[in-house]
Design a protein. Sequence first.
Length: 114
Amino acid sequence: MGEWKVISTLQSLGLELTGKDVEGPQFFKFNGEEKWGLLVDQYATSGGYLPIITTDISDTTGACWSKPTKEDYSFGQLKKRHGTILPITKSEYDSILAKWGNEFIENRLKGGFR
């Protein structure tokens, strides 16, 4: 596979984060948008998950990356850790909705990305 070359870090993107601050990154694409998320665990401060958003994953300058304020996102009252982002199909979503109902789904989604 050859040598690895670091092309950017959270710190070099201007996000003021290092491996001493966060761990367990999970990278995902938002459905239907040209936007990606990097979810990291703020283990050093026991802060739970922190979303980092970009509209250009090739940007190494930091111009397209942002770290939302705590007022811009919520994962609910309980601190989430050691989880994962699980993609589901439309059919799977419909099955969940049929089993548990729209009110259950809406309550579960409250506190997610705004």
